[in-house]
Each structure stands twice: as C-alpha cells, then as structure tokens.
Design a protein around this ligand. Sequence first.
Ligand SMILES: Nc1nc2c(ncn2[C@@H]2O[C@H](COP(=O)(O)OP(=O)(O)OP(=O)(O)O)[C@@H](O)[C@H]2O)c(=O)[nH]1
Ligand SMILES: [Zn+2]
Length: 229
Amino acid sequence: MKQNGTLLNTQSIENFDIEEIGDEHLFSSIETPMRPDAFALEDEVKIELIEKHFRHIMEIMGLDLTDDSLKGTPKRVAKMYIKEVFSGLDPKNKPSVALFENKYKYNQMLVEKDISVFSNCEHHFVPIYGKAHIAYISSGKVIGLSKLNRIVEYFSKRPQVQERLTVQIANELKQALQTDDIAVVVDAKHMCVQSRGVRDAGSSTVTAYYGGKFEEEATKKEFLTYLGM
Ligand SMILES: Nc1nc2c(ncn2[C@@H]2O[C@H](COP(=O)(O)OP(=O)(O)OP(=O)(O)O)[C@@H](O)[C@H]2O)c(=O)[nH]1
Ligand SMILES: [Zn+2]
C-alpha cells in the first residue's frame, strides 16, 4: 500500500479511514474535484475497501448476502467502479493520442459524430448515456480518429456533470491538437431525471463548446448541419 503524506490512515483495511480535508486542495471547476491523496492506494486495495463498504450498504438495506446471486455483488460493484465505470479518474488510464502530419493539407473541419457516451451522474451515481459529436480544424496535425472516441470514453468514466464532461473533452482536444478550433456537442439522457425524481423519460440534455473558428456563425452552422441539428 502506497503512502502519501499524512492524509491516509492505512494501518490495515479493517481500520482504514479517510481523513477529512479542507477545500484548499480543490482544483479549478473544470477539473474533477479530487482529494490530494486520490492515488495513494493501489487499485486492488481500493477494490477490497469498496467491496467491504458496499457489503455493509447491502446489509443495512436488509439484503441476505448468503444468497448465491447476491453474495458476489459487493466484489462485482467494487471491480466495476475501479476497473470500468470510474477508471477515468486515474490519469494512468488516459489514452495515448496518436498524431500525424496533415500532409494532405486538409484544411476543412473534421467531424466525428455519434460517439457513444456512457457516464454516471456525480449527484446520484446512476447512468448518463447518449452521444457526443466532435469537430476540429487542423492547425498542422491530424489525430487518429479512434482517439477522439477514446478521449470521450476516458472523461465519461468519471462521476460527471454533463457541463464538465463537455469542457474536459474540449480542453483535451485543444491541448492535443494545438488549436482552439474545436467544437463538442453532448446530447445525453440522465437516468436520475428519467427513472427517479421528476421521472421525465422524454427529456434529454444538450451541452456544447465552441472554440476559435467555431464561434463564427458560418462554421458553427456547417458543423450543426452535419449533425442534422
Ligand atoms: N447541471 C447539471 N445538473 C445535473 C446533472 N446531472 C444531474 N443533475 C441535477 O442535479 C440536481 C441535484 O439536485 P438535488 O435537489 O440536490 O437532488 P435531488 O433531491 O435528488 O433532486 P431531484 O432530482 O429533483 O429529485 C438535480 O436537479 C439533477 O437533475 C448534470 O449533468 N448537470
Ligand atoms: Zn443525477
């Protein structure tokens, strides 16, 4: 088990306790708010701890964990959180981005549309699902197409609000492609709105980021035309 400063009390998994932190460590609002000791524990230790605590939650709800269908659920949930649906919290899982020279001198927009989004709402920990549409105009480099999908996937695999997801994708693209000429539209449904609370199964949420040339009406319009919007 790795140690990082004095924030973690990690004598044993049984006694494990996360200490309170003040808000002085919080990053700017574009960043997912993370504790400074977020990566002090190995993934395997996090899985063991989440399993233990999720078992407790199920017991509190009155579920019989000797049932053969339920008994593996705490471990399944813990593995799913760390290795799958929240794996994008850890920078070691960030996709590497393949860039190529723009040798064809292609200087129009490139649109990658209908990229699947599977995320989770940070307020209720239930799914957000929908589509992301991305466009950029090359400043000299071309990105491998699949990397656009991978960037969306990486930032989706965090507890999210849709606004932050949209801006995080845009910022990553700006940095990778060394251009401000980026557009991102996310169109998604939130299970916390659809299946509980207000229970409006018909509504969806659209968020958008337009940078550089995409702030100009004609460029934005061309992009939205490709999307049929
Ligand atoms: N802006 C924004 N809000 C979100 C997103 N996902 C969920 N929410 C909202 O976060 C809000 C949390 O409000 P609360 O009043 O604290 O939670 P709640 O009592 O469960 O609210 P209801 O969902 O209205 O029952 C809700 O209005 C959610 O719809 C998101 O991506 N962006
Ligand atoms: Zn929610």
